[in-house]
Structures are given as C-alpha cells and as structure tokens.
Design a protein around this ligand. Structure first.
Ligand SMILES: Nc1ncnc2c1ncn2[C@@H]1O[C@H](COP(=O)(O)OP(=O)(O)O)[C@@H](O)[C@H]1O
Ligand SMILES: [Mg+2]
Length: 246
C-alpha cells in the first residue's frame, strides 16, 4: 500500500448511477470504487459516454448516487442534504469543467471572488473585502492573469478562461480539485499549458487532483490512472497507457 499511514481524502465504494431515458434506464455506473490519498494526482480515463462526468459529479457532490457510499476525509457525504453539500464544496472541493462555466456578466476578478462571497455572505465579505481581493489578485497573478483582472469572459482566450476557472476553483483553498476534461476545448499547445499548470500545483503545493479525460496523453500526466469501462473502475497499467498515448 502506498500510503498506509494516511486516511484517504476521498473514498467511493460501489457507486451505482442510472438515468431514465423515456421508458429505458441507462445504467452508467455499476459498482465503481476508488480511493484517493492526500497529495495524489489521479486520472480516470474512459471513452465518451462511459460515465466520467457522472462519476465526477458524484465525487463532487453535485449529484447523488443511486447506491454506494462516498467519504470525504472519513465523513460520509453522499447522504448530506443539498445545503450541506453546497457548504462542503465551497469549503473543500474545487471543480473545473471543459467549458469553464465562468459567469459572462462578471469580470475575471469578480468571477474568482464569487466563491468567497458565497462563503462569507454579504456583510462578512464586505468586512474582509480588501484581504479577500488581495488573495484573488495574487492567485490570478500566480496563474499569469494579472493583466486580465477586469476583462469579461468573452474577452479572454480559451487558455485564459481555463486558468481563470482554475483560479476560481482554488481561491477557497480546497483540499481536492476535480477536473472534467479540462483540456477538452483547447488546442494542443494550450492544453499542454493547462496540464503543466495542474502538475505544477500538484507537485509544488501538494494539491490532490482527480481528473477525468478520454485522452490517454492527458491521463499520462497523472501519478496513477484508472480506467472507467462497463460502469466500473480498474487500475490501468502504465505500459498500456503509454502505448495508447503513442
Ligand atoms: N442527465 C442525464 N439524463 C440522461 N442520460 C444521461 C444524463 N447524463 C448523462 N447521461 C448518459 O449517461 C451516459 C454517461 O454520460 P457521461 O457521464 O456524461 O459520460 P462521459 O463524461 O464519459 O462522456 C451517456 O450515455 C449519457 O448520454
Ligand atoms: Mg463528460
């Protein structure tokens, strides 16, 4: 065992999830389990439609499994009510998506401040505003976006949007970053830039990352790769991965 002394940060056991489509049930997850320790960078690889986003949404408490259990820092989280799940996400989990999901009417700085406004509420946020803005500005500067603070999303490139989304995910100092095809909408070079950034956050700051992707070259940047197929997760051999990555 790689981390015998440490409690897993995230543990999912026997997850099941199906969707109803008309009269049919689409079984997506059929007993998926995984265990992620603090400081790990884990990739989940699977074909389009294999259930990667479904899995990530469950792990990120955006949705609930039909069956199975999810533990975060040893506490069961899949059964929490939606308010408690919102709080858990706001305090401990950063999420990054393929299409960034920045709010179009806000500037980049305002987008990054959003999770902090939600965390503190209006008055407490105003009280701490200077200090929180400073934190957001420093993070954006660290991600090379200090010249884009007051730009709106439509004025930014794909790479800038994704770096902005990463800043928004990290401004709350989460223990876990979940990334759903974070390079899926970017050209190869910009995608590499984002992957380098994630690797750097993992290596230098010990950030724990779970990233899902269909692309073996993307998955190859992680320490450990799991394959999602037929609704279950299995370790993927590094040799198989490198062969697939070319
Ligand atoms: N809300 C939904 N309602 C019905 N079917 C869904 C829903 N979300 C996903 N699916 C279906 O579940 C399967 C897995 O989807 P998804 O988790 O998005 O896969 P991936 O991210 O690996 O491409 C697909 O067949 C998809 O069409
Ligand atoms: Mg998906």
């Amino acid at each position: 065992m790689k981390h015998p002394e440490k409690q897993p940060l995230l543990k999912a056991q026997n997850l099941h999830k199906a969707y109803r489509r008309g009269a049919h049930r689409v079984e997506v997850l059929q007993g998926a389990s995984l265990c992620v320790h603090p400081g790990e960078f884990v990739a989940v690889m699977g074909q389009s439609g294999s259930g990667k986003s479904t899995l990530l949404h469950l792990l990120g408490t955006l949705d609930v499994p039909d069956k199975g259990e999810i533990y975060f820092q040893g506490h069961r989280v899949d059964g929490l009510n939606s308010r408690a799940r919102d709080r858990l996400r706001n305090q401990s989990i950063g999420l990054v998506f393929q299409f960034y999901h920045l709010l179009p009417e806000l500037t980049l700085l305002e987008n990054v401040l959003c999770p902090l406004m939600i965390r503190y509420g209006y008055w407490a946020y105003r009280w701490r505003r200077r200090q929180l803005e400073q934190r957001a500005r420093e993070l954006l500067a660290q991600l090379g976006l200090d010249h884009r603070l007051h730009h709106r999303p439509q004025e930014l490139s794909g790479g800038e949007l994704q770096r902005g989304a990463i800043a928004r995910a990290l401004v709350t100092e989460p223990q876990l970053l979940l990334a759903d095809e974070p390079t899926g909408n970017l050209d190869a070079q910009t995608g590499q830039e984002i992957l380098r950034l994630l690797s750097c956050l993992h290596r230098q700051q010990g950030l724990t990352i779970v990233m899902v992707t269909h692309d073996p070259q993307v998955a190859a940047v992680a320490d450990r790769v799991l394959q999602l197929a037929q609704g279950v997760l299995n370790p993927l051999d590094q040799k198989v991965l490198w062969r697939a990555a070319g």
